[in-house]
Design a protein around this ligand. Structure first.
Ligand code: SF4
Length: 386
């Protein structure tokens, strides 16, 4: 564990697992953001047989398995490939991550564009490892707050547009094929104009080319999927983005479940056969109500899961879930992986203690330092916040 967070600059995958405090972390990207019920059950089996049994859902709508060892990893990969959870092509996951707006249905523009883009994936420029693409072509964009570098969205007029992250406006395109063509061209412009030095589109200061004018506004931001019943099934939350394999297996146990759609909001849409949406069991270990305070909280894995963390974050996060009407961010170090935006209360680990930041991010200046868990609770109680 080092004093300063290390910026790795690449994202782990399944073929490129990342060593963490509790073993290898293996990330699984659901194709079109969805796993069938059989695949979900296989993922749970994989987590228990080859890892620690913990499954996480990331802010880029990927699943990840924790606690995999060097010895179990080869068997895990054979299992994931067999169940079509991972491509056997070891280079496939080097292509940019595609994030789809979660409430797509067959025939919508989003899955159509994703399929077109996947078919032409080899035409995308080779870009830095963290670059991602949001396909957000529902009635209104919903992924604007989620990390992506290039976005295909619905315009105010109802057409499609392609937008480079960091620019409020995009370029109108005629249809799904034109959107994919424009996006591929934009990735080449990004690289040729110094994108490898910038790392991410938001930090890239080169002016957009003439053929990609930023002149078309996206439609107003749509709502996230609310917890509870949904026309396609049920939406549940994973507290702080994690659950045990046993919990998720129970969730998809009913035969009425057909698939699980991932989201970047630590929520899962459990799809069920029409007319059977009310049969999902009330499984412990998941968020079932929109009033659950944990929906306002972000906590990174912390110690012992991340080797850069000097404090455990998850137990304190549970203890702070009574904090009144406040957004809370618990971070094992100043890197602040779990949340990019400021929170009302931000607690950051340093040398085994917590620094307290008010209305800020993990790298903001603290108002209190060197606090134990008990100090944190006592201080917040003294303010009447708990
Ligand atoms: S913020 Fe948390 S997950 Fe990210 S590097 Fe620091 S301790 Fe690890």
């Amino acid at each position: 564990m080092s004093a300063e967070p290390r910026i790795k600059g690449w994202c782990p995958g399944a073929w490129r697992p990342m060593a963490t405090g509790d073993g290898l972390l293996v990330r699984v990207r659901p194709r079109l953001g969805q796993l069938s019920r059989a695949q979900m059950l296989a993922l749970c089996e994989a987590a228990e047989n080859f890892g620690s049994g913990l499954i996480e859902l990331t802010s880029r709508a990927n699943f990840q398995l924790r606690g995999v060892t060097d010895t179990s990893w080869p068997s895990l990969m054979a299992f994931l490939v067999e169940h079509q959870l991972v491509s056997s092509d070891t280079e496939a996951e080097r292509q940019p991550q595609l994030m789809l707006a979660p409430h797509w249905q067959a025939g919508d523009d989003s899955p159509t564009i994703a399929s077109l883009l996947q078919a032409r994936g080899s035409e995308l420029a080779a870009m830095p490892g963290k670059v991602g693409i949001a396909i957000d072509a529902g009635k209104a964009p919903v992924l604007c707050d989620s990390a992506a570098d290039f976005r295909i969205e619905r315009s105010m007029e109802g057409g499609l547009l392609v937008r480079a992250d960091g620019h409020g406006l995009g370029t109108a395109v005629s249809d799904a094929e034109a959107a994919v063509e424009q996006l591929i061209r934009l990735t080449h412009w990004f690289v040729e104009s110094g994108g490898w030095d910038s790392g991410r589109m938001r930090r890239h200061k080169a002016p957009l080319p003439d053929w990609a004018p930023a002149d078309t506004p996206p439609a107003p931001l749509g709502a996230k999927l609310a917890i509870g019943s949904h026309p396609a099934g049920q939406v549940v939350g994973m507290p702080f983005g994690r659950a045990t394999a046993a919990t998720l297996r129970d969730l998809v146990a009913p035969a009425s479940v057909t698939a699980v759609q991932v989201t970047p909001w630590r929520r899962l849409l459990v799809k069920q056969r029409l007319g059977q949406a009310d049969t999902a069991p009330a499984v412990d270990g998941l968020i079932r109500h929109n009033s659950d305070p944990r929906l306002l909280m972000d906590a990174c894995p912390g110690a012992p899961y991340c080797e850069q963390a000097s404090v455990a974050t998850q137990p304190l996060a549970e203890r702070l879930s009574d904090l009144k009407n406040s957004s809370v961010h618990l971070s094992g170090c100043s890197k602040g992986c779990a949340r990019r935006t400021p929170a009302d209360v931000c607690l950051v680990g340093q040398a085994g203690r917590f620094n307290l930041i008010v209305n800020g991010s993990a790298d903001s200046t603290p108002v209190k330092t060197d606090l134990t868990e008990s100090d944190v609770i006592a201080y917040l109680e003294s303010l009447g916040a708990l």
